[in-house]
Design a protein around this ligand. Structure first.
Ligand code: HEM
Length: 218
């Protein structure tokens, strides 16, 4: 018990020390945070309901048309949140999500760092080359899946060229399934890296602010 009290005191001390040191700087604007958590939540629903539609888990005994409704609603939400982020990037003239050649040049060094062959990551902008590659691939694949989804949503009414281009329902199902698997494989990498590398980045994605050491005392 005594030990327990001691521990709590020292934790509190550390926290207070942390409060005095460092400065809070804004690193994630409100619309980026709204997009991030909104998109993360709706995309999770899109993928889970999509898998359920693809191959219903009989032990869940869910009603097909209800799952389809959830799938369609969360797709519209995900698309809406993405629209918010695009508008936000245009208004703020923010190019932090656009990969530049200079970013991609650092990719081998970044991998060397992740595989413990280098002691520090290469210099980068807001997001490193690995993040930029993952985010861009998500953006492209999400739009591909959206286009295919809308082609079946508006079956025979609009986007008939998409239908003709890919060659029918089975191909659409297959492509959307592969895209879901890609998301399922890369989202855990994103979560793992965002909570291990620098936890204050997560703090910024929740509160908007990130704690940086004060330049003059470090
Ligand atoms: C529990 C789950 C998640 C956590 C903890 C998380 C955490 C984070 C953090 C900390 C960042 C900022 C990275 C940095 O500052 O270096 C970030 C950015 C980002 N995350 Fe996540 N994330 C999660 C789920 C997702 C999901 C499911 C998606 C969508 C597939 C996603 C898409 C993105 C995107 C696109 C960005 C860039 C944000 C922008 O500038 O617009 N995240 N995430």
């Amino acid at each position: 018990m005594k030990h327990h009290v001691k521990l709590r005191k020292s934790v509190r001390k550390q926290l207070q020390k942390g409060n005095v040191e460092g400065t809070l700087i804004q690193s994630q604007p409100i619309w980026v945070r709204i997009f991030h958590w909104g998109f993360a939540f709706s995309l999770t629903l899109v993928i889970l309901s999509g898998l359920q539609l693809h191959k219903p888990a009989s032990f869940l005994a869910l009603n097909f048309s209800k799952v389809l409704t959830i799938h369609l609603i969360s797709c519209w939400f995900a698309l809406g949140f993405l629209g918010i982020r695009i508008a936000d990037a245009l208004i703020r003239k923010d190019d932090s999500l656009i990969p530049k050649l200079q970013d991609l040049k650092h990719f081998p060094q970044l991998m060397a760092y992740y595989f413990f062959l280098r002691s520090s990551p290469p210099p980068g902008r807001k997001y490193n080359s690995g993040q930029l590659i993952i985010y861009t691939s998500w953006f492209v694949l999400f739009l591909v899946a959206t286009l295919l989804g809308l082609a079946s949503y508006w079956e025979g009414e609009h986007l008939i060229w998409v239908w003709r281009l890919v060659g029918g329902f089975q191909v659409i199902r297959w492509v959307k399934f592969i895209v879901s698997i890609y998301f399922l494989a890369t989202i855990p990498v994103h979560i793992y890296l965002s909570i291990t590398e620098d936890i204050s980045r997560l703090q910024a994605m929740v509160t908007g602010y990130e704690r940086k050491p004060t330049p003059n005392n470090r």
